[in-house]
Design a protein around this ligand. Structure first.
Ligand code: NAP
Length: 224
């Protein structure tokens, strides 16, 4: 059984992955910005009291990042899933871009940095970055969404470099599909469950030769 941490686990894809991993007996630390308002996570805690710990984390707040890292009880961490993300606006807005980079790019980078020792203590460490096809330069045929696209492209580059610098850790960028969440909207193509089941299976099976690469929830490789 694996020890894992997932960010942005109170709703959407993060909550979906948390449910799948708990149902398979893994031990999950699920982060949320607001524990009191995370009803779905609280309900899961009632069902999986031993295997689930809920920890507060706001990726835009330095104190939150620091206190989060001090609350992790694991000596070794097998799987880190940097899932939390935002998509704000579709215009040339610098304030939006600044915030989006903090949550989507610098946040995952800082979380990974704070957990690196625990990851290196694991014999089978894996780090996943929830990216998006919208961060693929090769796939961009429709333009727009500057801040979101740029933040995920930069995240992909961090993922690639990190995979080279830490060959012991299997590191991958993932695209969850177009998923019916608050972010994906009602016109999205797949359910949270379908995405979460596919992603969880891919993450648990991921092997060394997949490190430093970009895959969708079905295991299809994507162009950077
Ligand atoms: N849905 C899609 O179709 C789709 C497609 C491609 C990629 N993705 C990526 O998949 C990931 C999950 O997306 P989703 O669709 O599940 O989104 P979602 O339903 O909007 O959920 C986003 C999660 O991120 C958390 N979050 C937002 N700002 C945060 C912050 N400052 N600090 C910590 N957590 C924060 C949210 O917490 P609160 O509840 O507190 O806001 C929530 O738990 C994201 O990285 C997204 O970019 C999604």
């Amino acid at each position: 059984m694996k020890n894992l941490i997932i960010t942005g686990a109170n709703r959407g894809i993060g909550l979906g992955i948390t449910k799948v991993m708990l149902s398979q007996n893994h031990t999950v630390i699920a982060t949320t910005r607001n524990i009191e308002n995370s009803g779905d996570l609280q309900n899961l805690k009632n069902k999986y009291s031993k295997n689930l710990k809920i920890v507060r984390l706001d990726l835009t707040n330095k104190d939150s990042l620091l206190s989060f890292s001090k609350k992790i009880p694991f000596n070794h961490l097998d799987i880190l899933i940097n899932n939390a993300g935002i998509m704000e606006g579709n215009s040339l807005n610098i304030a939006n871009t600044d915030k989006t980079f903090q949550v989507n790019t610098l946040g995952p980078m800082q979380v990974t940095q704070k957990l690196i020792k625990k990851l290196l203590n694991s014999n089978s460490a894996k780090v996943f970055f929830m990216s998006s096809k919208m961060g693929s330069i090769a796939d961009n045929m429709s333009g727009g969404h500057y801040s979101y696209r740029m933040s995920k492209t930069a995240l992909n580059m961090f993922c690639r470099s990190f995979s080279i610098d830490y060959p012991k850790i299997i590191t991958m960028a993932l695209h969850p599909g177009w998923v019916k969440t608050d972010m994906g909207g009602p016109n999205a193509i797949i359910s949270i469950k379908e995405s979460a089941v596919g992603l969880s299976s891919l993450m648990l099976k991921a092997e060394k030769n997949m490190s430093g690469r970009f895959f969708d929830y079905n295991g299809n490789e994507l162009p950077w």
